[in-house]
Design a protein around this ligand. Structure first.
Ligand SMILES: [Zn+2]
Length: 230
């Protein structure tokens, strides 16, 4: 669906992928494994080609947001992949899941999922630190918002008053909800990140799960933060 002109949200298996359609195509997140054909089909329906994707930005290194990356890279080999460095650990201890989930991933059968659970540093071309301004949307600000994972980022377009937040906020049945505590590395830190996001001047919000909010989204997030006593 089109969110605002030039900004589309593709939903596949309850996960959102955001597409910026400009002279170049930019994708935010890649969905679960198996999402790439759906993404290619959607881009085709706009009269464009998946091969035109120049940049894939990862909001955070969780399997429902990065699982489709390898297939997508095969379809769009020239695309660069950008992700925050704090989600790209080579050490067990720095992997972007809470401790109990990492223990689960060690169990014999569950460990088969391990290669799908996160991408590795070598899968990423551009290691972000937060504070960068990327070329899409006339200047897309990278905001480091740790808490759901150590390297969660949000993407902010001041020109379009658009904020793309990954899982740090979600939209369930038109209600803003925080990230699931169970799969967040530091919930309190996530809430501190949301508090910072609420200061931004945006009207439109795309979340990792749920429908986009078009118009008045910034005010809604500010009210939500106030209500929770921040
Ligand atoms: Zn997540």
């Amino acid at each position: 669906m089109q969110v605002i002109p030039g900004v589309h949200q593709i939903t596949h298996r309850f996960v959102n992928i955001v597409l910026f359609v400009e002279e170049r195509l930019t994708l935010i997140d890649s969905g679960f494994r198996g999402s790439a054909p759906r993404i290619a089909e959607y881009i085709g329906s706009l009269g464009r080609s998946v091969r035109e994707i120049e940049l894939i930005i990862i909001t955070h290194n969780h399997l429902d947001h990065v699982g489709g990356l390898a297939e997508l890279k095969e379809m769009a080999p020239q695309a660069s992949v950008a992700a925050h460095k704090d989600d790209l650990s080579r050490d067990e201890i720095g992997l972007p899941y809470p401790g109990y989930a990492l223990k689960l991933l060690k169990l014999p059968l569950v460990s088969l999922l391990r290669p799908l659970a996160y991408i590795k540093p070598d899968d990423v071309d551009i290691r972000l630190g937060g504070g960068e301004v990327l070329p899409p949307m006339g200047g897309l600000e990278v905001i480091h918002t740790p808490g759901h994972t150590p390297g969660s980022i949000c993407l902010f377009s001041p020109e379009r008053k658009l904020l793309v937040v990954g899982d740090i906020l979600n939209n369930r049945h038109r209600d803003i909800i925080p990230p699931a505590r169970m799969i967040s590395t530091d919930f309190q830190q996530a809430m501190e990140s949301v508090k910072r996001l609420a200061q931004l001047d945006f009207d439109n919000l795309c979340c990792g799960h749920g429908k986009p909010m078009v118009g008045g989204a910034g005010a809604r997030v500010r009210d939500w933060v106030k209500l929770r006593g921040f």
